[in-house]
Design a protein around this ligand. Sequence first.
Ligand SMILES: C[S@@+](CC[C@H](N)C(=O)[O-])C[C@H]1O[C@@H](n2cnc3c(N)ncnc32)[C@H](O)[C@@H]1O
Length: 242
Amino acid sequence: MDRNIRTVEDVLRLLDGLFTPDANRWTVDAGDWWDTFYTDRSRPVPFFVDKPDEHLVAALDRGLITPRRALDLGCGPGRNALHLAARGCAVDAVDLSPTAIAWARERAAAQGAEVRFLTGDAFALTTTELTGPYDLIHDSGCFHHLPPHRRVSYLSLIDRVLAPGGHLVLSCFATGAMGSELPDEAFYQDSHLHGGLAYTPEELRWIFSDLTEIELRRMREEPPDAPTFGHPFLWTAIFQHP
Ligand SMILES: C[S@@+](CC[C@H](N)C(=O)[O-])C[C@H]1O[C@@H](n2cnc3c(N)ncnc32)[C@H](O)[C@@H]1O
């Protein structure tokens, strides 16, 4: 059938398809791209370390968030999901890449941690898979790899599964430091996400304007021997669902 748009999801899928498979980091086959990304664990990828993000640990330590049920969105090999579990939180963690999830399961087994890992597109999982409500949605580095139109899916996921009073803890590329600063339409013109999208604080405040800002700051630089992960090319933000 040549006429294939009836719903908002049909439009979003059509836009996904504008990004060609080698345009990396978003296509309907983005899972394959990410899966290949995780096959060699010895690569010097900063977030391959098994350490939680410094701002997540700080938010927990300061009592800014006190989650009992959390969702780690785009969890990769699970470093933050495992930290949340170690702090007594019931955690669901989802990633597109089966290889990342297999690695995360290995880490969980080695640490005796219990996390409910799910493989798949977070925005396509059903309500039986992503049950919610969560009092924390945590995202370290997934949001900035989404094409602009998938912000619609991101916001509707928050709306669907984040409990009233719950928090979104996010880290993403900061303009002037990392990621592409092209305007949204350029990604569609180029069929390419250029390694991820950089955001300004104002853009983040605008996108998440239905939530209340609790904190927005650069991630602190953490030395290699620190117990936490920290690189200042990222914004870290805490927003609260009213
Ligand atoms: C930069 S990595 C960060 C991994 C992990 N959060 C960490 O910090 O160690 C981004 C992750 O988001 C995942 N991802 C991207 N889009 C996704 C989607 N729609 N659903 C689930 N996971 C997704 C990718 O597979 C990848 O593992």
